[in-house]
Design a protein around this ligand. Sequence first.
Ligand SMILES: Nc1ncnc2c1ncn2[C@@H]1O[C@H](COP(=O)(O)OP(=O)(O)OP(=O)(O)O)[C@@H](O)[C@H]1O
Length: 637
Amino acid sequence: MVYFDTTTAQSQNAQPILTWDNLNYDVKVKGGTRRVLNGISGSIYPGELVAIMGSSGAGKTTLLSILSGRVQGGRLEGDIRFQGAKRNPHTFKRMLAFVEQDDLMYPSLTVEETLMASAQLRLPDGKYSLDDKKARVSTVLRQLRLSHIKDSMIGGGGMRGVSGGERKRVSIGSELVTDPSILMLDEPSSGLDSSSAEMVVALTKEMSRERNLCTLMTIHQPSTEMVAQFDKIILLAQGKLVYMGPADQAVSYFEHLGYPSTNSNPANFFIDLMTIDFASTEAMQKSEQRVQDLADSFAKFQEGGGRLLPDADKEVSGNSGASTVSGSAASASSSKIVGDITEEQANLVLTEPPPMNSWLSEMLVLLKRDWKMTMRSRSFVWGLAVQAMIMMLFISFVFFQLKRDQASVQNRIGTMFFLILVDVYPVILPVMVVIMVGRSVLLRERSSGTYRMTTYFFARTLSLAPVIYVPYTIMYIGIYFISHLQYTAGKFFINLAIHFAMLFCSLGYAFMMAMLVSKIDIATTIAPVSLACFVLFSGNISNADSITPVLRWIKYVCILFYGYSGLMQNEFNGLKFTCGSENASCYKTGADVITAYGLDVVPIWATVVINLALGIGFYIIAYGLLRWAAKPRFLWI
Ligand SMILES: Nc1ncnc2c1ncn2[C@@H]1O[C@H](COP(=O)(O)OP(=O)(O)OP(=O)(O)O)[C@@H](O)[C@H]1O
């Protein structure tokens, strides 16, 4: 009788942390459906490092996505249990650390800042003091051999930063500073040279052992050294399971099925066995048949409790005595030490996700992080400052020291109109781009429940506000005095209030557009067009009272209309103008101008309040888009 003991040292005393049973996954294809995963069952235990292997298109990423609760679209059947119970989407995602294939991080933060932000946001304040979090970060930096580059920028997007291997380790580190029960990594070795890839796997194993963490990764074609690190491997071929068990027994297992190893690297041997050969019809049929045979043999092997060849007389298992494929506790050793870990460690699994930190503490951590990023975007900060100064000089000297004649009426109207345009266009476009650049990191952090979406909006807005409000306030003050608008304290502060409300609206509009569209090039095309429509209804180009009745309502949702109306009323009310004899039509008072332009409908105070309300409305829409429309529809079983 031949038995393979498919339990690993970690599984002998412990309960599985994650089990899956008979998973079937179908996707829609032209003319019907296609089965991507077929009857996959298995389990993983605390402390185990497990690799999902298979040739391209075998279903590795799909299986990992299903187990992590991140699969979208298609039809999923089967059963998945976390610590013996059905998974709760809200708690499971906070107990899972998921490292995506693309290392999505903010380029302008340093390695240490990236890990610290993750620790501060995801470790509960009630359990960890700031010093504990710092200590944890420095431990992770040391364990992942990152201490020497802790002050280097992550880089990316044209900014020089850490290397690919280091970047991957930072990604892993920012997940490991938290207290996850399971760590999942999608192709952690992709894009890395062999020594960096080996280092990533070796360090992951070291940390899995130390923390008794269950680690599951997909990997395409690992080296012999990497295969030796894995406790368990899951081999998939054409969506079917052909082996799941200790990595060091897989070669013997296939030998006993009649497939002796043909390659010194076991991974290459497995891939050769499982790959479909498309060279000819005959070769294809033969390799498909082989894969089917392997899948059938493993299914029988699982059903038979690890019995591979009935009545064979060879004992091949590395472990003596019979044990079952599911790693039953029946075969557990009575020893207190199992493999590298103790029995207590083996049974140590977190049953509750860490509680979320308070809203304020979360917001302050995000604000600090966002502020650093904003200040490091030199071109953004300086771009806004320089453009505000250029606008100030340009507007105030074109409309220099306005008088009280009929020409000054036109010049005042021009000043007000130009000012409201300056409040929106040069603000919305750069802010929108800055928000969109961080969109993918935001979505990743949202998927893992790192923080609340409301704290994100507050912190991001507060971090951007000073670099907009400070130069723009200087610009308004400069224009106010150089152009000689009405010099009274009341008018001056009302002027500022109208502009501040406009800038708030512009920020809200930029957030809304950044959440509405996922691609920067599309957003930078749509935003100016939508703003151009607002210009039409601002009350300058067309008379606010004479717009076609069907479209007249648009002015009431137009930020430019309220800003323009407020500024015009504030500046013109109380003014008297001289009329020259040559002027056929003459505005004698500022009130005449306001009436002629149809801008006396909404009182000044209301223009400020309505613009603030519109700004809040834009933020609410942005929040709704992020919360619901951009929310991925994950399948849960
Ligand atoms: N939503 C989907 N729609 C159509 N086909 C899909 C979908 N999801 C997965 N597939 C198909 O299922 C198969 C398995 O995909 P998966 O990405 O899991 O493979 P993989 O083993 O990770 O491959 P690789 O190593 O190349 O990344 C592929 O043929 C893929 O095209």
